[in-house]
Design a protein around this ligand. Structure first.
Ligand SMILES: Nc1ccn([C@@H]2O[C@H](COP(=O)(O)O)[C@@H](O)[C@H]2O)c(=O)n1
Length: 183
């Protein structure tokens, strides 16, 4: 929708960042539009990009072995977030990088709920293991929060049931429209 005929009066380009496969798919869909309309930028693991509103570092995910799937560490106004969706247990190289950084918020997928761990997405047990390791290794600040999201309908757990599991663990269960403020 940033292409000629559809979009008019643009005052800035839309920037899309992604790994090699994402860039390839974008190119197949839109080709190479004018840079005033759309800028597609390939990013590499461990590369930090200044998006203009935040510093974003791509980190390896454990999702599809045929692609360079990514997770993101974002810094803005002195706060930092780990956006850890769509991954199995974190690759050790991601842990090593995180060990030298601090988090105010970790957002993790909990696709599989109480179902068995599949390797490319997390379940409750895996979420707890990651959050606990982040605390033990001092990656998550003492006042840092953890949010779980990305629940599959296949897990058969409603919001209240997820809260019954995660509230005692001090983990926040996300919902549509949720807004979080980091003070
Ligand atoms: N951590 C991730 C996860 C996924 N991707 C990209 O999204 C595509 C679709 O994901 P599925 O959950 O449907 O497998 C996947 O092929 C990747 O291109 C990613 O970049 N990082």
């Amino acid at each position: 929708m940033r292409l000629p005929v559809y979009a008019h009066g643009l005052d800035h380009p839309l920037r899309v960042y992604g790994h090699d496969a994402v860039v390839r798919k974008c190119r197949e869909a839109v080709g190479r539009p004018d840079a005033e309309r759309l800028i597609i930028q390939r990013i590499q693991p461990f590369e930090t990009v200044d998006t203009g509103t935040a510093l974003v570092t791509a980190l390896p995910a454990n999702h599809d072995p045929d692609e360079t799937c990514l997770l993101f560490y974002m810094e803005k106004d002195g706060k930092s977030i780990f956006y850890g969706h769509d991954t199995g247990l974190l690759p050790e190289e991601t842990w090593v990088w995180l060990t030298n950084h601090k988090l105010d918020l970790a957002i993790l997928d909990c696709t599989n709920g109480n179902l068995p761990f599949t390797g490319s997405h997390l379940n409750i047990e895996a979420v707890l293991a990651i959050r606990n390791r982040m605390q033990e290794e001092g990656i998550l600040r003492p006042e840092g929060k953890t949010v779980v999201t990305h629940f599959s309908h296949n897990i058969g757990l409603l919001h209240d049931e997820l809260r019954a599991i995660f509230d005692p663990e001090d983990i926040i269960v996300a919902y549509d429209g949720m807004m979080l403020y980091l003070n």
